[in-house]
Design a protein around this ligand. Structure first.
Ligand SMILES: [Zn+2]
Length: 437
């Protein structure tokens, strides 16, 4: 897995996994159990604060409190702090979901005593010695030394160039299946540095919609990606959650049947998530590959903070309903961004203002010309085009000229190419344009 760093838009980070085998379990177990105890302390303390003062404790508060605990001194200070940070990430995720109407979400909970919690080593928590990593524990304890295979820090980019990454974060995770620890895996995150991106070249623009993504390029190519399959999987996932919730509400919490139902729910959701993620990866990979093949230097996506999307769906106040029934745009954008980066394409987000109510060909604006059934019908230049393709072409103009209104299209477009998910080959394939109707 890879992503682009927050510190610099072109910084590429990538995680590699190294299975360690169960022989090293005795080395790591004390640290993992200590991390678990810190997690449980976080749960306990913030519950008490919530009960007594009706507020959530702050990160700094808990860190300061735990510093004197014996268990804190088992780990490297940064590793101990990382557990508290993870806890607060979970809390904020929980609160965000509640705000978005997922009332079935539970706050982060206690873990069983023997749970092997993932331990994180930040930059100062480990040293590199040739082909091995020295993972520090607290000052009084011996560090853990892990030997890694040769070439462990080498990464090959899609264009074939090899780079050597600088490790910036190390995690050790337990692989547990049916309550049995099967393996320990080392996750090493590498910083591959700031990747050079093409400075000149074509531009492509993407318009993400509920079941469609439209693409327009400066060279006149139009693509339409039908994502109904992803959307229906997302909706099916929501229905599955609701069904389980309904079933579990009738059972006694913590009872055997309730627990069985919960593990069935987790299994089911994991499977559905895998399918959704697979399709999302295939889609964003296709975008990056098309951009690379066509020599695109800048890929433009709509700015997610834009209000257009909520305004258009007519659900301005109903944040909850809207969020639940949509694809994960921010996740798709993040994936597209790093896949582009690995191919030297820069991703920019740009305002979608007026892009759905303007003619991409002549630049006349009239919101009424966006006809139902997803067509744009221009009364001025007589252009008839699929409305999302019109939106993508306008986003392209907006990026080039600053505004899409009043500007004519710099190139002419060919027949749109239509792509749809193919279940048999597990990828998006090109189909006849009729399939879009
Ligand atoms: Zn027009």
């Amino acid at each position: 897995m890879a992503w682009s760093g927050k510190s610099h838009p072109h910084r590429l980070l990538l995680t590699k996994q190294f299975p360690l085998g169960l022989e090293v379990l005795p080395l790591f177990q004390p640290a993992m159990l200590a991390a678990n105890r810190i997690w449980n302390s976080c749960v306990w303390h913030s519950r008490e604060t919530l009960k007594q003062e009706n507020r959530w404790s702050t990160e700094a508060e808990l860190k300061a409190k735990f510093k004197s605990f014996a268990v804190w001194k088992e780990l490297h200070s940064q590793s101990a702090q990382a557990v508290v940070e993870e806890y607060f990430e979970a809390v904020s995720g929980y609160r965000k979901h509640r705000e978005n109407g997922h009332l079935e979400m539970n706050p982060p909970n206690f873990k069983p005593k023997n749970h092997l919690r993932t331990v994180t080593w930040k930059r100062q928590g480990f040293n590199v010695e040739d082909d091995s990593l020295v993972l520090k524990l607290s000052r009084k304890k011996e560090p853990i030394k892990v030997a890694l295979p040769g070439g462990w820090d080498a990464v090959t980019l899609p264009d074939g160039t090899g780079v050597r990454g600088t490790p910036v974060e190390v995690k050790v995770k337990a692989v547990v299946r049916r309550r049995k620890v099967e393996n320990l895996v080392l996750h090493v995150t590498f910083d591959l540095g700031v990747v050079p991106v093409y400075r000149t070249g074509a531009v492509s623009a993407y318009d993400y919609n509920s079941a469609l993504v439209a693409r327009a390029t400066l060279s006149g190519i139009l693509d339409l990606f039908i994502c109904r399959e992803i959307l229906s999987q997302v909706q099916y996932r929501n229905k599955t959650i609701a069904d389980f919730q309904e079933k579990m509400s009738r059972l006694k919490e913590g009872s055997r049947r309730w627990r069985r139902c919960l593990s069935a729910k987790i299994r089911r959701l994991k499977k559905l998530d895998r399918r959704i993620r697979q399709m999302e990866h295939a889609l964003t990979k296709l975008f990056a590959e098309l951009d690379e093949a066509e020599g695109v230097a800048f890929a433009v996506v709509g700015d997610l903070t834009d209000l257009r999307r909520s305004a258009r769906t007519g659900m301005k106040g109903k944040k909850a309903t809207q969020k639940i029934n949509q694809m994960a745009y921010d996740r798709l954008h993040a994936e597209q961004r790093y896949k582009n980066l690995m191919r030297g394409v820069q991703t920019d987000s740009w305002t979608e203002k007026n892009t759905s109510s303007t003619c991409c060909f002549c630049g006349a604006r009239n919101p009424a010309w966006r006809k139902h059934r997803g067509l744009w019908v221009c009364r001025k230049c007589r252009l008839i085009l699929q409305a999302d393709l019109n939106g993508a072409a306008n986003l392209l103009k907006q990026y080039l000229f600053g505004s899409c209104v009043g500007w004519k299209l710099p190139s002419t477009f060919g027949e749109p190419q239509v792509w749809r998910w193919d279940k048999r080959s597990n990828r998006f394939v090109q189909v006849s344009p009729r399939a879009a109707a």
